[in-house]
Write a protein that binds this ligand. Sequence first.
Ligand SMILES: [Mn+2]
Length: 282
Amino acid sequence: MPQRVLNLLKDAAKANLADKFRSGNIICLPAQGTLIIAGDIHGHRRNFERIVNFASLENNPDCHVVLQEIIHGGQINECGDCVSYKLLFDAAEYKLKFPDRVHILMSNHDTATITGSEVMKQGRKMNVSMRAAIDREYGLDGPDIMLAIENFLFSEPIAVKCENGIWASHSLPSDRFLDKFETDIFDSPLKKEDLIKPGSVYLLTWGRRHSQDTLDRIAETLDVEIFVLGHQTDHGGCGKAGDNLIIINSEQSHGCMIKVDLSRHYDINELMDAVLPIASIQ
Ligand SMILES: [Mn+2]
């Protein structure tokens, strides 16, 4: 059993790096097909399954799915610890099944796991909790499983850029760190220190509450029209958080996703109309 999981994570990490749409650490999608963007999942298995069913990638050869922040939340074991790694394994399998069309973005819970820094969710120390659950399930193999999880997370791309001007990432640098943000993280191999404050992957995945001025400056730098981010839960399932920013969240019963036609341009209101409540899917 541990060997199966170790191989799965190793192969899925290779698939992350070998994704044919990956350029540096960005997934660049052409003006063709559809893209489903999900927000934070946080162990919400039912929503993950609904997104997978809706995308039906076996029947839709031009469809891509973007997932993010799979871990930390959802089911717990008999000791009350977080077993969201099981959903991460399922997401890794999904990646392997459709290696060039499933794209799993690096989130701040991922960076915290990779760097071993603590991250709280609803008052719980999530890294401690998930590690305890892994040790309970895998015993002496626990540290190897944990290392394979970290390697998988570290292989993830950090953004998706579409030819139609839409950009998806977990977040963007916040106003006061914008001047410290270095865009070479999009092109160069990532280093662990990029994930530690004030490294630029840290800033990209942890930033919140962006002013319109910041959004406009980043949009110009990255040549982007509309940002679709996760990470912020204060908009419910979805919300407009700027003239060019939509936040989506997929971790609750009222969670949402966005279905984008990659062959056309959108204004922000048209893209808001492309938001779908996940609960509407069987
Ligand atoms: Mn987050």
